[in-house]
Design a protein around this ligand. Structure first.
Ligand SMILES: Cc1cc2nc3c(=O)[nH]c(=O)nc-3n(C[C@H](O)[C@H](O)[C@H](O)COP(=O)(O)O)c2cc1C
Length: 184
Protein backbone atom coordinates (compact mmCIF):
# COMPACT_ATOMS: atom_id res chain seq x y z
CA UNK A 1 0.00 0.00 0.00
CA UNK A 2 2.79 2.38 1.03
CA UNK A 3 4.65 1.50 -2.19
CA UNK A 4 1.50 2.23 -4.20
CA UNK A 5 1.12 5.65 -2.56
CA UNK A 6 4.75 6.46 -3.33
CA UNK A 7 4.20 5.60 -7.01
CA UNK A 8 1.05 7.76 -7.15
CA UNK A 9 2.89 10.66 -5.47
CA UNK A 10 5.73 10.31 -7.98
CA UNK A 11 3.36 10.60 -10.94
CA UNK A 12 1.52 13.57 -9.43
CA UNK A 13 4.90 15.31 -8.98
CA UNK A 14 5.88 14.47 -12.56
CA UNK A 15 2.63 15.86 -14.00
CA UNK A 16 3.14 18.97 -11.85
CA UNK A 17 6.61 19.48 -13.38
CA UNK A 18 5.29 19.17 -16.93
CA UNK A 19 2.41 21.55 -16.25
CA UNK A 20 4.71 24.03 -14.58
CA UNK A 21 7.02 24.00 -17.61
CA UNK A 22 4.11 24.51 -19.98
CA UNK A 23 3.31 27.98 -18.62
CA UNK A 24 6.85 29.18 -19.11
CA UNK A 25 8.04 31.62 -21.72
CA UNK A 26 10.55 30.04 -24.08
CA UNK A 27 13.37 31.49 -26.16
CA UNK A 28 15.34 29.49 -28.71
CA UNK A 29 18.64 31.29 -29.30
CA UNK A 30 21.13 29.83 -31.75
CA UNK A 31 24.03 30.36 -34.10
CA UNK A 32 24.36 28.44 -37.34
CA UNK A 33 26.93 28.77 -40.11
CA UNK A 34 25.75 26.24 -42.69
CA UNK A 35 22.13 25.74 -41.59
CA UNK A 36 22.11 22.45 -39.63
CA UNK A 37 21.62 24.02 -36.21
CA UNK A 38 18.98 26.34 -37.71
CA UNK A 39 16.99 23.24 -38.72
CA UNK A 40 16.93 22.00 -35.13
CA UNK A 41 16.09 25.47 -33.82
CA UNK A 42 13.11 25.73 -36.18
CA UNK A 43 12.03 22.27 -35.17
CA UNK A 44 12.11 23.16 -31.47
CA UNK A 45 10.20 26.34 -32.29
CA UNK A 46 7.53 24.36 -34.12
CA UNK A 47 7.14 21.96 -31.23
CA UNK A 48 7.23 24.44 -28.35
CA UNK A 49 5.90 27.71 -29.78
CA UNK A 50 8.94 29.56 -28.34
CA UNK A 51 10.49 32.69 -29.84
CA UNK A 52 13.47 32.28 -32.20
CA UNK A 53 16.61 34.39 -31.97
CA UNK A 54 19.46 33.87 -34.42
CA UNK A 55 22.90 35.19 -33.53
CA UNK A 56 24.13 36.82 -36.72
CA UNK A 57 27.76 37.86 -36.36
CA UNK A 58 28.68 41.43 -37.26
CA UNK A 59 31.75 40.22 -39.17
CA UNK A 60 30.48 37.24 -41.13
CA UNK A 61 32.67 34.16 -41.50
CA UNK A 62 33.93 33.17 -44.90
CA UNK A 63 31.57 31.00 -46.92
CA UNK A 64 34.60 28.85 -47.74
CA UNK A 65 34.78 25.91 -45.30
CA UNK A 66 38.57 25.84 -44.86
CA UNK A 67 38.72 29.59 -44.41
CA UNK A 68 35.91 29.49 -41.86
CA UNK A 69 37.68 26.70 -39.96
CA UNK A 70 40.80 28.90 -39.76
CA UNK A 71 38.82 31.94 -38.62
CA UNK A 72 37.04 29.90 -35.95
CA UNK A 73 40.35 28.48 -34.71
CA UNK A 74 41.83 31.93 -34.54
CA UNK A 75 38.85 33.24 -32.54
CA UNK A 76 39.17 30.37 -30.10
CA UNK A 77 42.93 30.81 -29.68
CA UNK A 78 42.53 34.54 -29.00
CA UNK A 79 39.48 34.00 -26.75
CA UNK A 80 37.56 36.44 -28.95
CA UNK A 81 34.05 37.71 -28.25
CA UNK A 82 32.55 38.30 -31.70
CA UNK A 83 29.61 40.71 -31.71
CA UNK A 84 26.19 39.88 -33.11
CA UNK A 85 23.86 42.25 -34.88
CA UNK A 86 20.51 42.14 -33.02
CA UNK A 87 19.39 42.19 -29.40
CA UNK A 88 17.09 39.80 -27.56
CA UNK A 89 14.07 41.89 -26.61
CA UNK A 90 13.15 41.59 -22.91
CA UNK A 91 15.42 38.68 -22.01
CA UNK A 92 14.21 39.04 -18.42
CA UNK A 93 10.76 37.77 -19.44
CA UNK A 94 12.03 34.35 -20.54
CA UNK A 95 12.05 31.42 -18.12
CA UNK A 96 13.51 28.81 -20.48
CA UNK A 97 16.32 29.48 -22.95
CA UNK A 98 17.34 26.85 -25.50
CA UNK A 99 20.90 27.57 -26.63
CA UNK A 100 21.94 26.05 -29.97
CA UNK A 101 25.24 25.88 -31.83
CA UNK A 102 27.46 23.77 -34.06
CA UNK A 103 30.43 22.09 -32.41
CA UNK A 104 33.40 24.22 -33.52
CA UNK A 105 36.82 22.98 -32.52
CA UNK A 106 35.38 20.93 -29.69
CA UNK A 107 33.21 23.59 -28.10
CA UNK A 108 30.72 26.39 -28.83
CA UNK A 109 31.61 29.03 -31.43
CA UNK A 110 32.93 32.08 -29.58
CA UNK A 111 29.79 34.10 -30.33
CA UNK A 112 27.99 31.85 -27.87
CA UNK A 113 30.42 33.02 -25.21
CA UNK A 114 29.51 36.61 -26.16
CA UNK A 115 25.82 35.75 -25.84
CA UNK A 116 26.02 33.94 -22.50
CA UNK A 117 28.17 36.66 -20.95
CA UNK A 118 25.95 39.45 -22.25
CA UNK A 119 22.60 38.23 -20.93
CA UNK A 120 21.73 37.42 -17.35
CA UNK A 121 20.87 33.72 -17.23
CA UNK A 122 20.54 33.60 -13.44
CA UNK A 123 17.51 31.59 -12.37
CA UNK A 124 16.63 30.53 -15.90
CA UNK A 125 16.39 27.01 -17.26
CA UNK A 126 19.03 26.65 -19.97
CA UNK A 127 18.84 23.80 -22.48
CA UNK A 128 21.70 23.25 -24.95
CA UNK A 129 21.36 21.71 -28.39
CA UNK A 130 24.21 21.05 -30.75
CA UNK A 131 24.94 19.75 -34.24
CA UNK A 132 28.32 18.25 -35.01
CA UNK A 133 30.46 16.24 -37.40
CA UNK A 134 30.81 13.31 -34.95
CA UNK A 135 32.48 15.10 -32.05
CA UNK A 136 29.09 15.36 -30.31
CA UNK A 137 29.21 17.94 -27.48
CA UNK A 138 32.98 18.08 -27.15
CA UNK A 139 33.58 20.17 -24.01
CA UNK A 140 30.77 22.60 -24.88
CA UNK A 141 28.39 21.68 -22.07
CA UNK A 142 31.10 22.20 -19.44
CA UNK A 143 31.91 25.56 -21.01
CA UNK A 144 28.24 26.51 -21.12
CA UNK A 145 27.70 25.54 -17.47
CA UNK A 146 30.66 27.70 -16.42
CA UNK A 147 29.02 30.68 -18.15
CA UNK A 148 25.66 30.19 -16.44
CA UNK A 149 26.48 28.87 -12.97
CA UNK A 150 23.16 29.97 -11.49
CA UNK A 151 20.95 28.39 -14.12
CA UNK A 152 19.35 24.98 -14.19
CA UNK A 153 20.94 23.27 -17.18
CA UNK A 154 18.74 20.45 -18.49
CA UNK A 155 19.78 17.49 -20.63
CA UNK A 156 20.43 18.71 -24.16
CA UNK A 157 20.09 17.32 -27.67
CA UNK A 158 23.08 16.60 -29.90
CA UNK A 159 22.86 15.27 -33.45
CA UNK A 160 25.20 14.82 -36.37
CA UNK A 161 24.66 17.77 -38.70
CA UNK A 162 23.85 15.49 -41.62
CA UNK A 163 20.81 14.19 -39.69
CA UNK A 164 19.50 17.61 -38.68
CA UNK A 165 16.75 17.71 -41.29
CA UNK A 166 15.39 14.30 -40.27
CA UNK A 167 15.42 14.64 -36.52
CA UNK A 168 11.87 15.82 -35.84
CA UNK A 169 10.88 12.62 -34.00
CA UNK A 170 14.06 12.59 -31.93
CA UNK A 171 13.55 16.24 -31.00
CA UNK A 172 9.98 15.44 -30.00
CA UNK A 173 11.06 12.49 -27.79
CA UNK A 174 13.76 14.60 -26.16
CA UNK A 175 11.36 17.49 -25.44
CA UNK A 176 8.92 15.08 -23.85
CA UNK A 177 11.68 13.50 -21.79
CA UNK A 178 12.74 16.83 -20.32
CA UNK A 179 9.14 17.90 -19.73
CA UNK A 180 8.84 20.68 -22.30
CA UNK A 181 5.60 19.94 -24.04
CA UNK A 182 3.81 23.21 -24.58
CA UNK A 183 2.84 24.90 -27.77
CA UNK A 184 1.38 28.41 -27.89
C1 LIG B 1 34.74 26.06 -38.13
C2 LIG B 1 34.22 24.67 -37.95
C3 LIG B 1 34.74 23.85 -36.94
C4 LIG B 1 34.20 22.58 -36.71
N1 LIG B 1 34.71 21.81 -35.71
C5 LIG B 1 34.12 20.61 -35.43
C6 LIG B 1 34.57 19.84 -34.33
O1 LIG B 1 35.50 20.19 -33.61
N2 LIG B 1 33.93 18.67 -34.08
C7 LIG B 1 32.87 18.21 -34.84
O2 LIG B 1 32.32 17.17 -34.56
N3 LIG B 1 32.44 18.95 -35.90
C8 LIG B 1 33.03 20.14 -36.20
N4 LIG B 1 32.56 20.87 -37.26
C9 LIG B 1 31.38 20.40 -38.03
C10 LIG B 1 30.11 21.12 -37.56
O3 LIG B 1 29.95 21.03 -36.16
C11 LIG B 1 28.85 20.51 -38.20
O4 LIG B 1 28.98 20.47 -39.59
C12 LIG B 1 27.60 21.28 -37.81
O5 LIG B 1 26.46 20.49 -38.05
C13 LIG B 1 27.46 22.59 -38.54
O6 LIG B 1 26.34 23.28 -38.06
P1 LIG B 1 25.72 24.54 -38.80
O7 LIG B 1 25.23 24.06 -40.15
O8 LIG B 1 24.59 24.95 -37.92
O9 LIG B 1 26.78 25.58 -38.93
C14 LIG B 1 33.13 22.10 -37.53
C15 LIG B 1 32.67 22.92 -38.58
C16 LIG B 1 33.20 24.17 -38.80
C17 LIG B 1 32.68 25.03 -39.93
Amino acid sequence: MKKMMCIVAFFIALIGTVQAQSNKKILIAYFSWSGNTREIAKNIQKQTGGDLFEMVVKNPYSTDYNECVKQAQNEQQTNARPAFTAEVKSMETYDVVFVGYPNWWGTMPMVLFTFLEKYDMNGKTVIPFCTHGNGRWGRSVDDLKKLCPNSTVLEGFAVNGSMAKNSEDDVSKWLQKIGITNKK
